[in-house]
Design a protein around this ligand. Structure first.
Ligand code: NAP
Length: 407
C-alpha cells in the first residue's frame, strides 16, 4: 500500500511530513519477518490511535538482503538505496552478512553508501525491564557514534601480505616507525570534518531537548592525533557553531563556580575507560555522549545491557539527508521463523522514527504501552527468563499485547 506522499526536506534540514507519508521498510533476514510484523502492527495502531485515523503510514517494502537476493539476485540494489534517499526516512530489520560474497556487511554498506554518519542510540530505562543496575532509572542517555571512519574505514592489511610488507617498509624507511615482524596493519583515520558534523548533531540534539551536557568520549591520552583530536575538534565546533548555547566544563568552573547557566549545554570530555566506570557509578551525570566509531560500538552495547539488553535497544543511522531506523541486534538465525524473539528493539526504533517525524503523541503511546506490557509480566522468552513469575508469550502476542495496552 503506497498511496501516500513523500516526506521532503526543508531548506534548514527539517522534515516536511504529510499526513500519509510513504516510508520504505526492509523486513530483514532471520528473525526479521517476525519482529517486523509485530512492529508494523504496533506502529500502525499507535498512529491510528494518536491521530484518530487522520494520519497513517503508507509502507513501501524494499527487497534487500536474502529476500532481495532470492527475488533479483541482488543483496543491496542501487535502486533500494535511491528509494531510501528519495523518501528521507526508512526503517529496517536486521540483515545477514553474506559470507564470502565480497560484501563486508550489508549494514555497513547501507551506512557508508547513504553517508549515514551518525549512529544514534538512546539508552533509557523502561520500568520493570530486568537490569543489573541498582538504580537503572538514573540512566537516560543518547549515544552519538561516528559511523564513517576510525578503524571501521576498512583500511586493513593482513599479516604477511604484500600490502602489509610494503606499508611496514614505508613506515620504517620514511617515518622511522618500526612495527613487529609480520604485523597485520589497520589504519585509524579521523578527520575534523567528520568529527565536527557528528558532534554538531549531538550538540543540536542536546539543545533541542533541553539536556544539560554533551560528553566527548575519547582515548586521547594515548592516541593524541586521532582520539585526542576528536575531543579538540568537538570543543572547537561547539565554539564555532553554538557559542551562545554551550559552555565548556572548564569555563563552567572558572566563571560560574560549577553552576550551569540557564539554557547552556555543558561540553565536557572523558577518557573512554573512565567513562565506562562513570556510566556505572554516576550515570545521572551524563546525557549525550558523542564518540568515535569504535568507542561508540562498545559503549552503546554496554549501556544497553545496563537497561535490559540488546533485545530492547533501539537505534538509528542518520545523515543530513535521510535516516534509517533499525533494530540494533542481528538476525539471530537459530530463532528464525519461530515467532519467539523480542521485537522490542525494532518497536522502540519505530518510536524513535515517529519522534523524528515529530509525531510525538504516537511515539509516547508506543513507549508507554510497551512499558505496561512488560510491567504486566507478559513478555518474550529473553525477558521471561529474567523476570520471576512472568508469562512467556510469542513475538506476535507481545506485539498484540502492546496494541491492547494502548487503550
Ligand atoms: P544476534 O543475531 O544479535 O544474536 C545473538 C543473540 O542475541 C541471540 O542468539 C539471542 O540470544 C540474542 N538476541 C538477538 N536478538 C534478539 C531478540 N530480538 N530477542 C531476544 N534475544 C535476541 O548476533 P549474531 O548471532 O552474532 O549475528 C547473526 C547475524 O546477524 C550475522 O549475520 C550478523 O552479521 C548479523 N548482524 C546484523 C546486524 C544488523 O542488521 N544491524 C547487527 C548485528 C549482527 P540467546 O541465544 O541468548 O537467546
Amino acid at each position: 500500500m503506497t498511496n501516500g506522499d513523500k516526506i521532503s526536506l526543508n531548506a534548514d534540514g527539517s522534515l516536511m511530513v504529510p499526513d500519509i507519508p510513504i516510508i520504505p521498510f526492509i523486513e530483514g533476514d532471520g528473525i526479521g519477518p517476525d519482529i517486523w510484523a509485530a512492529t508494523q502492527n504496533v506502529l500502525d495502531a499507535a498512529v491510528a490511535k494518536a491521530y484518530d485515523g487522520r494520519r497513517r503510514i503508507a509502507w513501501l517494502e524494499l527487497m534487500v538482503g536474502e529476500k532481495g537476493h532470492t527475488a533479483t539476485g541482488n543483496w543491496l540494489s542501487d535502486e533500494a538505496l535511491e528509494t531510501i534517499r528519495d523518501h528521507v526516512v526508512a526503517i529496517k530489520g536486521p540483515l545477514t552478512t553474506p559470507v564470502g560474497k565480497g560484501i563486508r556487511s550489508l549494514n555497513v554498506a547501507i551506512r557508508q553508501r547513504l553517508d549515514l554518519y551518525a549512529c544514534v542510540r538512546p539508552v533509557r530505562y523502561i520500568e520493570a525491564v530486568p537490569s543489573p543496575m541498582k538504580h537503572p532509572e538514573e540512566i537516560n542517555m543518547v549515544v552519538f557514534r561516528e559511523n564513517t571512519e576510525d578503524l571501521y574505514a576498512g583500511v586493513e592489511f593482513q599479516s604477511g601480505s604484500q600490502e602489509a610488507q610494503t606499508l611496514a617498509a614505508f613506515l620504517k624507511d620514511q617515518l622511522r616507525a618500526e612495527l613487529p615482524p609480520e604485523a597485520g596493519i589497520g589504519i585509524k583515520p579521523m578527520s575534523p570534518v567528520n568529527t565536527k558534523r557528528l558532534v554538531s548533531r549531538a550538540i543540536a540534539y542536546a539543545i533541542d531537548h533541553g539536556l544539560a551536557s554533551v560528553t566527548l568520549m575519547h582515548k586521547g591520552n594515548i592516541m593524541k592525533f586521532t582520539e585526542g583530536a576528536f575531543a579538540r575538534w568537538g570543543y572547537e565546533v561547539a565554539k564555532e557553531r553554538f557559542a551562545d548555547q554551550t559552555i565548556s566544563e572548564a569555563e563552567l568552573w572558572d566563571r560560574y563556580d560549577g553552576v550551569r547557566p540557564e539554557g547552556r549545554v555543558v561540553i565536557k570530555d572523558r577518557i573512554a575507560d573512565m567513562l565506562f566506570q562513570q556510566v556505572l557509578l554516576r550515570p545521572a551525570e551524563y546525557q549525550v555522549i558523542a564518540t568515535p566509531n569504535l568507542n561508540g560500538d562498545y559503549i552503546s552495547d554496554a549501556l544497553a545491557a545496563q537497561v535490559g539488553g540488546l533485545g530492547m535497544a533501539p537505534g538509528a543511522n542518520i545523515s543530513d539527508k535521510c535516516a534509517v531506523f533499525e533494530a540494533t541486534h542481528g538476525t539471530a538465525p537459530k530463532y528464525a521463523g519461530l515467532d519467539k524473539v523480542n521485537p522490542g528493539s525494532l518497536i522502540l526504533s519505530g518510536a524513535m522514527m515517529l519522534e523524528h517525524l515529530k509525531w510525538d503523541e504516537a511515539a509516547d503511546l508506543v513507549r508507554s504501552a510497551l512499558q505496561e506490557t512488560v510491567k504486566a509480566g507478559t513478555v518474550t522468552y529473553d525477558l521471561a527468563r529474567q523476570i520471576p513469575g512472568s508469562t512467556e508469550v510469542m513475538c506476535s502476542a507481545f506485539g498484540a499485547g502492546i496494541v491492547a495496552n494502548m487503550g
